[in-house]
Design a protein around this ligand. Structure first.
Ligand SMILES: C[S@@+](CC[C@H](N)C(=O)[O-])C[C@H]1O[C@@H](n2cnc3c(N)ncnc32)[C@H](O)[C@@H]1O
Length: 406
């Protein structure tokens, strides 16, 4: 099968737009339909991609060997992974994790809609990836109004060649998008296609008052949410979340924390207690709980340990502060709906008690979902809030991006 048949391409793009319209709940707007038709998605994909199977594990798909599977992925409403492990492919495919991808088309078009673009607007995209989104933006706004930044040189090269081959030439910068790209500021819109847990203040500084910053969200506890901020006159930006999609975290905000290397040490003597709060109710719980706890808890993360080789314990939930200084573990003996669970806590902070308090707060607030939360970003830091910006409750560390990389 060849994938250069115009009829086949047209049918495939038509099918994709239909799937996207279904997700959006309405027809894709004519201007975006035109952009999708002018920039068929498969033309931006490399010949080697990784696809998720039923078990979510990534498997390599080579265009030369499996042309139908490769082409079907290009026109499925699915993310197509174009790089794993920052370009250092593991010998065992089970160890592969995505480090660049073409995002699922439904979220691409949803985000384009949320940008609320008008002709002549200037856009900064963070995370060029395959260049597909930049091509759609260039088609709509013109090359001169689009700047896209990609941190990975090999990925940036893929984007550059894909854009060029398809007749687009936005400004493509290979660099750290958390610094924005001051040379072409101010922008009407900044759109990130990798997730952040701290909105880089450079994005606020480089967006004109009234402009929009749209970014996927991911914190140490939960990995979902889309944040749309409006930039004010006073150097702040504020806006709300919606409950959409999970994106890979911006590379400059990644942490490398390992439980048994950095947190839990042999000489720790934890304090034992019990709790009535089911560990499954706070971790791997529905998106509303996870999202709220992530914002409320600020700097806690968790990991499940199945079959920990402890008598009577089927699964242990570990929780820790991101500085590694305090931790907790909650034991589950396999009984659903047990009355009490054993808790172990170590360090200056009582981590499990913080989780219990946050969960109580969430219940008391009427179990709010992501749409009831927002975030305000200032030069001094960022504050999450419930319902109204005035009542900020959790500040994430106001680190500068350069400090975070140390
Ligand atoms: C989901 S992919 C982007 C999809 C892309 N917009 C497209 O249309 O194909 C996320 C990209 O963000 C890039 N990225 C991660 N951290 C970055 C950073 N600090 N600055 C710029 N790009 C970054 C990754 O290398 C990856 O290519």
């Amino acid at each position: 099968m060849t994938t250069h048949q115009p009829g086949l391409e047209r049918t495939a793009v038509g099918g994709l737009l239909q799937a996207v319209s279904q997700y959006l709940g309405h027809e894709v707007a004519p201007e975006w339909r035109g952009a999708a038709e002018a920039a068929p998605r498969h033309r931006f994909l490399p010949d080697r991609v990784w696809l998720s199977g039923d078990d979510e594990a990534l498997t390599l798909c080579e265009r030369g060997r499996e042309p139908e599977r490769w082409f079907a992925a290009a026109y499925g409403d699915v993310p197509v992974v174009t790089q794993v492990n920052d370009g250092e492919e593991p010998s065992d495919p089970a160890d592969a994790w995505p480090s660049s991808s073409a995002s699922a088309p439904s979220i691409v078009f949803r985000m384009l809609e949320l940008l609320d673009l008008a002709p002549g607007m200037r856009v900064l995209e963070i995370g060029a990836g395959t260049g597909y989104n930049a091509a759609l933006l260039s088609h709509r706004l013109g090359d001169a109004n689009v700047t896209t930044v990609e941190i990975d040189p090999a990925v940036a090269e893929l984007a550059r060649s894909g854009l060029k081959a398809n007749g687009y030439s936005p400004t493509l910068v290979c660099g750290d998008g958390s610094l924005g790209w001051a040379a072409r500021a101010p922008y009407d819109r900044v759109v990130a296609t990798c997730a952040v847990q701290r909105v880089p203040y450079a994005w606020v500084e480089q967006t004109r008052p009234g402009g929009v910053i749209l970014t996927p969200w991911s914190d140490d506890w939960s990995h979902c949410g889309l944040l749309r901020l409006i930039v004010g006159e006073n150097g702040t930006a504020s806006g709300r979340f919606s409950a959409e999609s999970a994106f890979m975290l911006m590379r400059t905000q990644r942490r490398d924390l390992r439980l048994f290397r950095d947190v839990v040490m042999d000489d720790h003597v934890p304090v034992e207690s019990t709790t009535a709060l089911d560990p499954w109710a706070v971790a791997d719980s529905p998106v509303e709980t996870q999202f709220a706890l992530g914002l409320r808890l600020g700097d806690l993360w968790y990991a499940w340990h199945h079959e920990p080789d402890v008598e009577g314990v089927e699964t242990r939930l570990w929780l820790a502060t991101t500085d590694g200084g305090s931790w907790a573990a909650v034991d589950w003996d396999g009984t659903r709906g047990a009355e009490r669970y054993t808790v172990w806590q170590h360090g200056p902070r009582r981590v499990w008690e913080e989780v219990e308090a946050a969960h109580r707060w969430w219940l008391g607030a009427g179990r709010p979902g992501p749409e009831r939360f927002g975030l305000t970003v200032t030069a001094d830091g960022q504050w999450a809030w419930l319902d109204e910006p005035g009542a900020g409750f959790a500040a994430r560390p106001a680190l500068q991006e350069t400090e975070q990389r140390d």
